[in-house]
Ligand binder design. Structure first.
Ligand SMILES: C/C=C/C(=O)SCCNC(=O)CCNC(=O)[C@H](O)C(C)(C)COP(=O)(O)OP(=O)(O)OC[C@H]1O[C@@H](n2cnc3c(N)ncnc32)[C@H](O)[C@@H]1OP(=O)(O)O
Length: 143
């Protein structure tokens, strides 16, 4: 269960996932986070907002970014250090969210990687930002 080592990373490498946001996902996220904002949970309330219906928690999309970093690129063993986020468009229940991370810079001294992080629905950016993660170095073999 080991992801890529720092030495395996190159600028431009990318990975992505697609997740369809279901009602149960939003309700589960509200339960585990404690964020019961009615704009996410109460359709009658949400209809009165500019979004005209329930929208997903912004941090649920952010969790999809974390999932790509932690399972694909760099993968298991990666440690979050920083994440910026801009919530550009709402994510509605039923939207297929494509989350892509792309290596932008590598700090050899610290074994840190900076990745562009983008979530899109139907080709339109809903969330963008940048992540910095600490990546395990490949163990050196001793003779
Ligand atoms: C407590 C937690 C709650 C939640 O989790 S809620 C769920 C997460 N949030 C969302 O889903 C919101 C998603 N974002 C949007 O839907 C839209 O975004 C807005 C409706 C809020 C605004 O859209 P529009 O009125 O069309 O604004 P514009 O014309 O695209 O931009 C106007 C100026 O505002 C800047 N801007 C817009 N969104 C962001 C952002 N998310 N972060 C930083 N800047 C933003 C632009 O660049 C631009 O600026 P310039 O006039 O200088 O060009």
């Amino acid at each position: 269960m080991q992801g890529l080592f720092f030495e395996d990373l190159t600028v431009g490498q990318s990975a992505e996932t697609t997740k369809i946001v279901g009602t149960a996902d939003v309700e589960a996220f509200a339960a585990v986070s404690g964020d019961t904002n009615p704009v996410h949970l109460d359709e009658d309330y949400a209809l009165t907002t500019p979004f005209q219906g329930r929208i997903a928690h912004g941090m649920l999309s952010a969790a999809y970014i974390s999932a790509v970093l932690g399972t694909k690129l760099p993968g298991p063993g990666a440690i979050y250090l920083n994440q910026s986020l801009r919530f550009r468009r709402p994510v509605k229940i039923g939207d297929p969210v494509v989350t892509r991370v792309t290596v932008q810079a590598l700090d050899e001294r610290r074994a840190h990687a900076t990745l562009a992080t983008v979530c899109q629905v139907d080709g339109k950016t809903v969330v963008d930002g940048e992540a910095v993660v600490m990546v395990p170095r490949r163990p050196t073999s001793r003779v």
